[in-house]
Design a protein. Sequence first.
Length: 222
Amino acid sequence: MTIAVLGATGMVGRRVITEASARGHRGLALSRKPESEDPQVTPMAVDANDPCAVREALAGSASNGAADAVVLTVRTVPVDQEFLVDATRTVLDIAAQLGIRVLVIGGAGALRSPGGRDLLVADDPAYVPAELKAVATAGIAQLRTCQAHAGANWVYLSPPALLEPGERTGRYRRGTDTLLTGADGRSWISAEDLAVAAVDELETPGPEHLVTVVHYDERPSA
């Protein structure tokens, strides 16, 4: 496949590009200041606020084929919910017109809390402290944008409560609309294994539109 990653210089975007390339896929690294020395990756300067640039990158050209899938993994600091929603809608619109699958790497806030089916993670202080509430709320708005879009082929991948750089194990547990925790009660995954899950989902799409993953912490018996 040719996999475009919008937000390719971010923590997750870099790892998705690396994971996809390692599996033999061609990558399109889309960001404002793209970079890559991998011969299977084409860096492309694209602003997520520019629909024309996004369309041109995804549609391809004579020298640069069209994308088969696009991974949207963009964030702003401080959080900008309007930008996130607009960028998501732009990608969904263009992908629907071009027949491209969309994988949105969102946030954990949109998931149900393990503490109660009627409680979202965004509203559970056990997982989202007050200072991260705006980030979690933006993630919910992003999911709602996907759900309201008619015609787009999309999946929203929510990380667990904690996402950080770490080790690629190639293993994880997969769930749907409820936050997952490990045997120790922690809800976390490495960015490397989230990238594994993202490329797995593109290679073998599941039936759900909302999925989540967590670090696989089961220990083999002696």
